[in-house]
Design a protein around this ligand. Structure first.
Ligand code: ASP
Length: 585
């Protein structure tokens, strides 16, 4: 037997037992008469003790072991003299009688301990060593546990996990496809799925009325922070359901995860329309762990001769409670923040509501104390508060204020990762105008159904921007963790939608013909959604980065620095694939 126990389980109960453990040497301490070794495996750390007096040869052997050597040790469990209350095995140690080196190790390039001395890059290059560290290991354990909870929960609700192909024809989710050349079909390419969207809809036509899949998806996007070119979704679809059924089913799943993993129980998740989310938070994924809702100020701000306000489409602000004492320096820092190119505001107006009831603002020249009082009333502000105001084109300004709202919340410590505030954002716009290409795109994807009451607007291009979709996102702590929609199951409406999006009959048929054909054979009403599984894991793990929850992630330029991919391929392979590279200079 290689081992009788793991390194994480022996306690005072086991004292006196003869055991054999295997693992990696995390650290050793040579105290002259005694040598101690911390032996680590996936389950924990157990101390091995070697006594110079009773077994000098073995002790000598132990002293020669290097870090990360793989060893097997047999001995007796004994009570420790100096206990370590920080680890479960801290009351005992193994008095070793036999030691075998199973494999040696080069000195690792960073310390494999909870707080490693290795930077991000080196840890990614040697990710297999990084995973030996318990914080990373714990993240992967959490991910596994979540996958099991999801599978069981959905399976109990009669969902079937069905695999869909990876080599497919393009599915539009708004990103570029990764493509795979076909050797057998020269000049033709598969796409890797951006999502299984069309296949899951076909499964509904096929009568598999509750589908899910924990599935890898691929999107060739410019990598913004915390995106991965390949990522995992919990992809779901249901037939014969209304939006209400979908929201309830998947809210149920989210609640189940909160209950099992965090011991938290929620009543109904709040719901907010996209329109209100933008108006009150300037974001379609509002962080509602805290208030600081937007207050619109046009009525009190305009007409005082302050040109910036007078000419702005919208004057809007937030009230930072208790921040009237902010210093010049702190206010300057906030101004610098909103002026950063990533935020893009022209400037920041502040009004301090001093504790003595007077006001001090950056626009005192234009507004009397009485006028500032009117602002305070709009904000429902109290003495001691600080009102922060932006102005400009409505949507742009809201988005800028949203950044300031989050910044203020961070400064005020209101974004506690242990507090969870989930909500649904519903009634997304169906279409989104793109300035660059001067046309509308599907905000979610082209299979999303308009709200029946807005459907007639499809006939009037001037109203396209007003069409609301039966589309919804689930948001937790300002992070979009999932989204979906009611699908169009009617061929005529789907065709109309394709035309709206600029497809001709031919181009729609070439791209989506198979789905459209399927819809002529009795497509049931259906709807679904997908959770971003990596993101959900990072949220439950209380970390910001999804990379920490992926065993072998890519870096910010989409590279796997460990294996060195992407990489060139041989001329022979290129020839076989009928690919001629154009020289790059
Ligand atoms: N396929 C969609 C996505 O990846 C989710 C859905 O509509 O079900 O965002």
């Amino acid at each position: 037997m290689y081992r009788t126990n793991t390194c994480g389980e022996l306690t005072m109960k086991n004292v006196g037992q003869q055991v054999t453990l295997c693992g990696w040497l995390q650290r050793s301490r040579d105290l002259g008469g005694m040598t101690f070794v911390d032996l680590r495996d996936r389950y924990g750390i157990t101390q091995l003790a070697f006594n110079m007096d009773t077994n000098p040869a073995l002790c000598e052997q132990a002293r020669r072991l290097g870090r990360e050597y793989v060893i097997q040790a047999t001995g007796t469990v004994i009570e420790r003299a100096s206990k370590n209350s920080k680890i479960p095995t801290g009351d005992i140690e193994i008095e070793v009688s036999q030691l075998t080196v199973l494999n040696e190790s080069k000195t690792p390039p960073f310390t494999i301990e909870d707080n490693s001395d290795g930077g991000d890059d080196i840890r990614m290059k040697y990710r297999y060593l990084d995973i030996r560290r318990s914080p990373v290991r714990r993240n992967l354990e959490l991910r596994h546990r979540m996958a099991m909870l999801v599978r069981n929960y959905l399976s109990n609700l009669d969902f079937l996990e069905i695999e869909t192909p990876m080599l497919i024809k393009s599915t539009p989710e708004g990103a570029r496809d990764f493509v795979v050349p076909s050797r057998m079909n020269p000049g033709e390419f598969y796409a890797l799925p951006q999502s299984p969207q069309q296949y899951k809809q076909l499964l509904m036509v096929a009568g598999m009325d509750r589908y899910f899949q924990i599935v890898r998806c691929f999107r060739d996007e410019d990598l913004r922070a915390d995106r991965q070119p390949e990522f995992t979704q919990i992809d779901c679809e249901m037939s014969f359901v209304h939006q209400e059924d979908i929201l309830n089913t998947f809210e149920g799943l989210a609640k189940h995860l909160f209950h099992e993993l965090k011991g938290l129980d929620f009543t109904q998740f709040p719901r907010i329309t996209w329109h209100d989310a933008m108006r009150l938070y300037g974001s379609d994924k509002p962080d509602i762990r805290f208030g600081m809702r937007f207050v619109e100020l046009n009525v009190v701000a305009k007409g005082a001769g302050f040109a910036l306000f007078d000419n702005a489409e919208l004057v809007v602000g937030i009230n930072a409670e208790g921040c009237a004492e902010y210093t010049r320096k702190q206010l300057d820092a906030l101004t610098d923040f909103v002026k950063k190119p990533q935020v893009g505001a022209g400037g920041l107006v502040y009004i301090k509501y001093n504790t003595d009831g007077t006001f001090k603002s950056s626009v005192d020249k234009f507004f009397s104390q009485d006028s500032l009082q009117l602002f305070a009333q709009q904000f429902n502000a109290h003495p001691g508060d600080l009102m922060l105001i932006l102005c400009g084109p409505a949507m742009k300004t809201r988005v800028q204020l949203s950044a300031l709202r989050l910044e203020m919340a961070s400064r005020l410590g209101l974004r506690n990762p242990d507090v969870y505030a989930p909500l649904w954002v519903v009634d997304f716009p169906l279409l989104e105008w793109d300035e660059e290409t001067q046309r509308y795109y599907a905000m979610h994807h082209p299979f999303t159904a308009p709200k029946p009451e807005d459907e007639s607007f499809l006939d009037d291009p001037s109203r396209w921007g007003d069409i609301r979709a039966n589309a919804y996102d689930i948001v937790i702590n300002g992070v979009e963790v999932g989204g979906g929609s009611i699908r169009i199951h009617d061929r005529t409406l789907q065709n109309k939608m394709f035309h709206t999006l600029g497809f001709t009959d031919q181009s729609a048929a070439a791209q989506f013909g198979f789905l459209m054909d399927a819809f002529t054979y009795g497509a049931p009403p259906h709807a679904g959604l997908a959770f971003g599984f990596d993101r959900l894991c990072s949220l439950f793990g209380g970390a910001d980065s999804i990379r920490d929850f992926i065993a072998f992630p890519k870096n910010n330029s989409g590279r796997d620095v460990m294996s060195g991919s992407p990489a060139p391929i041989s001329q022979e392979q290129l020839d076989e694939l009928h690919i001629a590279l154009t020289p790059q200079n």
